[in-house]
Design a binder for this molecule. Sequence first.
Ligand SMILES: *[C@@H]1O[C@H](CO)[C@@H](O)[C@H](O)[C@H]1NC(C)=O
Ligand SMILES: *[C@@H]1O[C@H](CO)[C@@H](O)[C@H](O)[C@H]1NC(C)=O
Ligand SMILES: *[C@@H]1O[C@H](CO)[C@@H](O)[C@H](O)[C@H]1NC(C)=O
Ligand SMILES: *[C@@H]1O[C@H](CO)[C@@H](O)[C@H](O)[C@H]1NC(C)=O
Length: 184
Amino acid sequence: MFAVFVTLLCLMSVGHSAPLVCEQLVKPLDQLDLQHLMGKWAVIAGSLKNSDSAQHFNRTDSVTVDIQNSTYIQASRVDDTCQYRSHNFQGGNLLTLREGNFNFTGTLLNTSCSDCLVMTLDLETHNYKSVDVYFLSKRRQLEPKEVEEFTAQVECLNMPPPIVMDPTKELCPTEGSTDQRLFL
Ligand SMILES: *[C@@H]1O[C@H](CO)[C@@H](O)[C@H](O)[C@H]1NC(C)=O
Ligand SMILES: *[C@@H]1O[C@H](CO)[C@@H](O)[C@H](O)[C@H]1NC(C)=O
Ligand SMILES: *[C@@H]1O[C@H](CO)[C@@H](O)[C@H](O)[C@H]1NC(C)=O
Ligand SMILES: *[C@@H]1O[C@H](CO)[C@@H](O)[C@H](O)[C@H]1NC(C)=O
């Protein structure tokens, strides 16, 4: 957790001499509003530091994230097949979850879009570290200026340009899939 905090500080200090706008854009939200997190989100775009992960994301047609209390279901459509993952996460001012040897730490950043989430996701194993930044929305298609704000955010974070998902691709259903045992 401390390492993540330091990472964020480093990322933020990169923007120190940059215009104030970067400081605004990379500001983590102080407090997670779990109520706001609830429901079904579509991933609009992602910026992934690891190039293999980026290529995989680029081949993914759509990603749905359904958050119910402290359970989160991720449904990815790849080659017309829906792949499901379900997790419990811990709230607080960071979202944390573990999968195998991986620790994931999510931090929400400020966004001017009221039905969107911007989340940095730090992932770490004993010998590997990477970071992804995702832009999610309750809407399927956003205004160009909303995507531009996200593009500016990932630039401020020194991350690769976002891969924007095709909004015409079908989302996978998550209804009735809250039974975790289906996915474990
Ligand atoms: C994503 O895939 C398209 C072709 O399907 C390719 O043109 C583009 O360069 C890829 N982008 C990344 C970041 O891999
Ligand atoms: C979420 O939690 C509330 C209160 O603890 C409970 O009433 C509700 O059924 C839960 N919803 C789901 C989808 O688990
Ligand atoms: C978050 O962004 C909004 C709109 O872009 C801005 O008005 C607000 O001051 C920002 N909040 C913080 C804490 O930076
Ligand atoms: C993952 O988190 C757990 C609990 O916080 C910690 O004990 C473990 O060392 C972490 N693993 C890595 C690879 O950071």
